[in-house]
Design a protein around this ligand. Structure first.
Ligand code: CUA
Length: 319
């Protein structure tokens, strides 16, 4: 399937691409509009009151009480109650079960990246990847969200509101993308040093493109196609990268870090930290701690440059 790069959308609550996000956007506009009206009203009253004082017209005590009670208690109570009722009626219900036909995706948060698991319905094979999630447009997607360490929060503003990922339990979020595009998400619960570099990207594409992507992701890594990448695979094993990383078809025991079986196909590296352009994988491996200090992966700056180049070439070839 030929695929022109999808445009990356603005990460904004006000640019919704699905129904749940549309409700959040509507609510945001109501709040912004309402707050603006109230602000203008209060400023108007302030100007009026200052003018009255300048004109030497003192307020009676009874009129002051009326303003305090009306403006300070009754008005806010009515406005907040109306907002509570209106927004509660529009809050999605807590579904115990995924709706029929939903795609089911598991997401586990780690310090500071996202593990994503999908099942290929054609082969039944489970696909594991990191920091990138592809979705078919127009189909509900049921996310099961959990954490392996501290509390994180899943937030892709174009698709839905926030949902926390809490160790020891699974929370659910129903999302649906109605428009193709790349939507950036961000961890929205402070989780330590690299909280800001804990992003993920959601690629929403037509169902046929999604199926092709999922089938490709379900395949094990292809054998190295050049001497350079063959050497890169040897470097990967010699450096014991496989103690933490799985590359299906090469080494499958590493579970601590992201699955790298198709790392070359991803848009970004290090949870949205670097665009995945030529040379960036080798740069990341050699300078991890300089680029993302505190990340669980050490900098491999002791690898000689030839081996590093080969390792980068092999990883980039894992499309
Ligand atoms: Cu994970 Cu903030």
């Amino acid at each position: 399937m030929s695929s022109a790069p999808l445009p990356e959308q603005l990460q904004s609550v006000l640019s919704p691409a699905g129904q749940a996000a549309q409700q959040v956007a509507d609510l945001s506009w109501i709040l912004i509009g309402g707050a603006a009206l109230i602000f203008i009203g209060v400023m108007g009253l302030l100007v009026w009151s200052l003018r009255q004082r300048a004109a030497g017209q003192a307020h009676r005590v009874a009129s002051k009480r009326l303003w305090l009670l009306g403006g300070g208690v009754v008005f806010p109570a009515v406005v907040l109650l109306a907002l509570l009722v209106w927004s509660t009626a529009r809050t999605p219900g807590w579904l115990a079960q995924p709706p029929p036909g939903a795609l089911i995706v598991g997401i586990t948060a780690y310090l500071w990246w996202w593990e994503v698991r999908l099942r290929d319905s054609a082969t039944g094979r489970e696909v594991t990847l990191a920091n990138e999630l592809h979705l078919p447009t127009g189909r509900p997607v049921w996310l099961g969200l959990s954490s392996r360490d501290v509390i994180h929060s899943f937030w892709v503003p174009a698709l839905a509101g926030k949902m926390d990922l809490v160790p020891g339990r699974t929370n659910h979020l129903l999302v649906q993308a109605d428009q193709s595009g790349v939507y950036r998400g961000q961890c929205a619960e402070f989780c330590g040093e690299q909280h800001a570099r804990m992003a993920l990207h959601v690629v929403a594409e037509p169902p046929a493109a999604f199926d092709a992507w999922l089938a490709a992701q379900a395949r094990p890594a292809e054998a190295p196609s050049s001497a350079l990448s063959a050497r890169g695979q040897q470097v990967f094993l010699a450096q014991r990268c496989n103690a933490c990383h799985t590359v299906r078809g090469v080494a499958e025991e590493g579970r601590l870090g992201p699955d790298l079986t198709h790392v070359g196909s991803r848009l970004y590296l290090g949870a949205g930290t670097l665009a995945n352009q030529p040379g960036q994988l080798a740069y990341w491996v050699a300078h991890t701690q300089g680029i993302k200090p505190g990340a669980r992966m050490p900098s491999s700056n002791d690898i000689d440059s030839g081996s590093l180049q080969a390792l980068g070439a092999w990883l980039e070839s894992l499309k």
